[in-house]
Design a protein around this ligand. Sequence first.
Ligand SMILES: C[S@@+](CC[C@H](N)C(=O)[O-])C[C@H]1O[C@@H](n2cnc3c(N)ncnc32)[C@H](O)[C@@H]1O
Ligand code: SF4
Length: 342
Amino acid sequence: MLLYVHIPFCDSKCHYCSFNSFTHHHDLKRRYMSALIEQLRYELQRFAVQKQQIETLFVGGGTPSTVKIQLYEPMFALLEPYLAKDCEITFEANPNSATPSWLQGIKTLGATRISFGVQSFDAEKLRFLGRAHSPDQAIAAIQHAAEAGIEHINCDIIYNVRGDSEKLLANDLAIAQSLPIDHISAYALTIEEGTPFARGQVTSHKEFGPFVAEHIHMPWYEVSNFGHYRSRHNMGYWQLKDYIGIGAGAVGFMHNRRFYPSRDLHRYIADPLACDIEELAHQDLRTEKIFLGLRSVVGVDAKLVDSQKAALLCDEGKLLYRDGRYYNLDFFLADEIALYLL
Ligand SMILES: C[S@@+](CC[C@H](N)C(=O)[O-])C[C@H]1O[C@@H](n2cnc3c(N)ncnc32)[C@H](O)[C@@H]1O
Ligand code: SF4
């Protein structure tokens, strides 16, 4: 079983971001963390989770590093018996709030992995993106995480931003790879409705995906993810495993149902058990399996797709067939291939 916990607080709002997070309401953190526990108790029963069955825990956001360690402690005390001995425990963090003592704190809670939103090491690009940290703060935070003994470190990078050039991105990727990290998530900028970036021309004219992929010297295992260590939590999503989603803006998934707790902080705190439920039809699940499988090394069960069309793509060198599954050989073509095979 996978478990996702959403922390909907940020120090500031980045210009591209539509994640469910708030820069005010910091006074609600304590009550929010109590509400999380109430929902967690309920979901552990709904998903019939037994002792040591949680294989991965991902604390994401928003910005988990805006919440003090003491406020996480009761949740971890409740979770302790349910976590597998080798549970992968990831926290997301922003360089400006991930202090050495917070990093030490998550290590003590059991963190095995940290994912930093760095986006770039270029000061001007960081300003353009609306980030609240400098390149030096990002470098220091990664070094402090390694010093705290956190085994696996990821660095998020965004590309295809206005002003990007091969020189800038090569420099970003070279700095990232000179640091003690074993994973890079490189995201093409997407323009999200309702964000400041939706109001202007902010994407680059050039597509830098292939350039970025070529300059990351780590195994490529999903369209936006490269690592010597693969995030087991994300692999679980792409394999369409069941997952519990806790918090305002989280999503849970069991068999063919999705659970959506309220995204509104006050409403969530007032009733953390209330959620909307979406039933997925057989066809929806098939579509998801094909898209997720082709975007990653997970691949697709051959029984799900038209074998003649798939054979044609194998002949063209776009897909590989092995042991009853098709594997995509160019993740950037994943969506086109999926649409063709559907
Ligand atoms: C929940 S956020 C990260 C955690 C943390 N709050 C931070 O920003 O440092 C996850 C990642 O998604 C990426 N992201 C968010 N919005 C994006 C967008 N519109 N386009 C591309 N990447 C985006 C960023 O790289 C970000 O670090
Ligand atoms: S990118 Fe991260 S820090 Fe920025 S607003 Fe989104 S969740 Fe918050």
